[in-house]
Design a protein around this ligand. Structure first.
Ligand code: TYM
Length: 377
C-alpha cells in the first residue's frame, strides 16, 4: 500500500518478528488488558475468545466505550473488510473474519463488510497483465463466498462491493474527502507524486463505512448515534487513525478498533502470511494433501539442529511456526500447554522432547478439519 503501510508489512527485523509493543507506543493505541477482558467476560457471561486470552488481539482503541454501550443496551455495529487480490483467502485472512463472527454472536449486532475491489485495482491493476477492474470485481465476488462461509448472521450482515455500493455512500465519502488535506494523507500513507490520484482519495472510501450515515437502509437516514467497532489486523490502523481524526470535525463518532497481530507465513514470523507467495501460504481452498506437503516442507522449525539436541533441549517456541500456528488455531488450552511442555524448552518430564516432525503432524491434524469445514460451508 502506501510507503508507510509497506513499512508495517516488513517491520520484522529478527527471527521473532514484529515488535508489537513498539507499534502500540508509536501509534498511540491501548493494550488489551486483563481487566478489559475480565469486564467483557462479566458483561457477556461468556469466556473471552482464545485470541483475546492469548494476546493475538492485543491492542484497541475505545473498546471500553463499546462495552459501556453494551452495558447500557445502546446500539453499535461491526465493520470489517477485504481487498480482493487473490482467488481464495489465506489462513491469515480468516483471523479477522472468524473473530468478527465471534463478536457478532457474542454481542448480537449488525455487521458491514466492505470489499475494496476499487482499492486493489488502484494498487495492483495492470491491464496488460489482465488485471482489469472487472477482474478485481470478480475476485471480490469470489472472496465474498469465503467470507460468507465464516457463518455470519444473514439477517444482520451486509457485504458490499465498493464498485456497486459507492453511489449510496458517496455523500459520506465526499464529506471525508473534504475534511482531509493532501499533506495529511501523504503523512499517514506515504503517497508519492507519481501515485495515481485514485490512491490519494481511497482512504476516504475505506473510512466511510465507519459511520452509520453510510448505511441509511440499515440504520435510518442521518443516524450519527450508532458506534462502529472495527476488528482488523494492525496493518489497517493508519486508515482508522485518519478516520478517527476527521470524525469530530464532521459531527460523527470516532470508530472503536480491535487490532490483531499477524498470522505468520509458513517460513516464519519475519513476514506476515501473504497471498502472493503460494508456497509459504495456506489458502482456504488447499486440499488436505497440499496442507500436509506445505507444512512438512516449509514450516519454519524452532527445533534444535540435531535430533539428539532437540530431544534434550527442546525447540524455541517463539519462532517455531507449528507452535505459533497452534496458538491461533488450536482452541484447546490444555493441548496447547501440553505441546509447549513437550516440545519447548525446559526440563524433560517423561522421555525425550517432541521432535519437529511430531509438532508438524499435530498442526496438520489441527488445521485440516478447520479448512475442510470451511470448504463445506
Ligand atoms: P486485506 O484484504 O489485505 O486483508 C483482509 C483482512 O485480513 C487482515 N490480514 C491479516 N490478519 C492476520 N494475519 C495476516 N497475515 C493478515 N493479512 C491480512 C487485514 O488486516 C484485514 O483485516 N484495505 C483492506 C480491506 C478493508 C478493511 C476494511 C479491512 C476495507 N475496509 C475495514 C479491515 C477493516 C485490505 O486490503 O485488507
Amino acid at each position: 500500500m502506501g510507503a508507510r503501510r509497506e513499512q508495517l508489512d516488513v517491520e520484522a527485523d529478527d527471527e521473532e518478528g514484529i515488535d508489537y509493543d513498539k507499534l502500540i507506543d508509536r501509534f498511540g493505541s491501548q493494550r488489551i488488558s486483563d481487566e478489559l477482558i475480565a469486564r467483557m467476560e462479566k458483561l457477556t457471561g461468556k469466556k473471552a475468545h482464545p485470541w483475546l486470552r492469548r494476546g493475538i488481539f492485543f491492542s484497541h482503541r475505545d473498546f471500553e466505550l463499546i462495552l459501556d454501550l453494551y452495558e447500557a443496551k445502546k446500539p453499535f455495529y461491526l465493520y470489517t473488510g477485504r481487498g480482493p487480490s487473490s482467488d481464495a483467502l489465506h489462513m491469515g485472512h480468516l483471523i479477522p473474519f472468524m473473530f468478527t463472527k465471534w463478536l457478532q454472536d457474542t454481542f448480537d449486532v449488525p455487521l458491514v463488510i466492505q470489499m475494496t475491489d476499487d482499492e486493489k485495482y488502484l494498487w495492483k491493476g495492470d491491464i496488460e497483465k489482465g488485471q482489469t477492474l472487472d477482474k478485481f470485481y470478480k475476485l471480490g465476488k469470489e472472496n465474498a463466498r469465503d467470507i460468507i462461509a465464516c457463518g455470519f448472521d444473514v439477517s444482520k450482515t451486509f457485504i458490499f462491493s465498493n464498485l456497486e455500493y459507492m453511489g449510496h455512500m458517496y455523500p459520506t465519502v465526499v464529506k471525508i474527502e473534504k475534511a482531509v488535506t493532501y499533506s495529511q494523507a501523504k503523512g499517514i500513507f506515504g503517497f508519492i507524486d507519481s501515485d495515481n490520484v485514485g490512491k490519494h482519495s481511497f482512504p476516504a472510501i475505506q473510512a466511510a463505512p465507519s459511520f452509520p450515515v453510510a448505511f441509511p437502509h440499515m440504520f435510518g437516514e442521518n443516524n450519527t448515534e450508532a458506534l462502529c467497532l472495527i476488528p482488523c489486523a494492525i496493518d489497517q490502523d493508519p486508515y482508522f487513525r485518519m478516520t478517527r481524526d476527521v470524525a469530530p470535525r464532521l459531527g460523527w463518532k470516532k470508530p472503536a478498533l480491535l487490532h490483531s497481530k499477524f498470522f505468520p507465513a509458513l517460513t516464519g514470523a519475519k513476514s506476515k502470511m501473504s497471498a502472493s507467495n503460494a508456497s509459504t501460504t495456506i489458502y482456504v481452498s488447499d486440499t488436505p494433501n497440499e496442507i500436509k506437503t506445505k507444512v512438512n516442507k516449509y514450516a519454519f522449525s524452532g527445533g534444535q539442529v540435531s535430533v539428539d539436541d532437540q530431544k534434550k533441549m527442546g525447540a524455541n517456541l517463539d519462532v517455531d511456526v507449528s507452535y505459533q500456528w497452534m496458538r491461533f488455531f488450536c482452541d484447546d488450552d490444555e493441548l496447547l500447554a501440553k505441546m509447549a511442555a513437550e516440545y519447548g524448552p525446559g526440563p524433560v518430564r517423561q522421555g525425550d522432547k517432541m521432535l519437529t516432525g511430531e509438532a508438524k503432524a499435530m498442526l496438520i491434524e489441527t488445521i485440516k478439519p478447520i479448512i475442510a469445514k470451511h470448504q463445506a460451508a
